[in-house]
Design a binder for this molecule. Structure first.
Ligand SMILES: [Cu+2]
Length: 103
């Protein structure tokens, strides 16, 4: 994947037609709200640059994921886009929050 093709929070399609949405993890999530298109395969791509342990995990009950975020690495999390609506995610301690809108 070519990171130069990313614009934060905007969906970009890769060659497989997937939406890739990059979210920087530093002082929380940037952007903290992203929109993806329903019915098109999508992945959130988290990239953590802050060593605070608090942010080393991202989780979502709404979207059924719970992932470690190693420092300075892209972590891809596939999203089920059969559904639509607003879905929340948060850090491991539920202090920082973000939202995925599928429509
Ligand atoms: Cu936290």
């Amino acid at each position: 994947m070519n990171l130069k093709n990313f614009f934060n929070g905007k969906s970009n399609q890769n060659t497989n037609g997937e939406q890739l949405i990059k979210i920087d993890v530093n002082r929380g999530y940037e952007p903290s709200e992203v929109t993806i298109k329903q019915g098109v395969p999508a992945k959130l791509v988290f990239h953590r640059t802050n060593d605070a342990m608090c942010l080393s995990k991202v989780q979502s009950q709404d979207l059924a994921f719970d992932e470690a975020l190693p420092l300075n690495q892209d972590v891809e999390i596939p999203i089920n886009t059969d559904q639509s609506g607003e879905f929340n995610f948060a850090c491991g301690m539920n202090m920082f929050h973000g939202k995925v809108v599928i429509n």
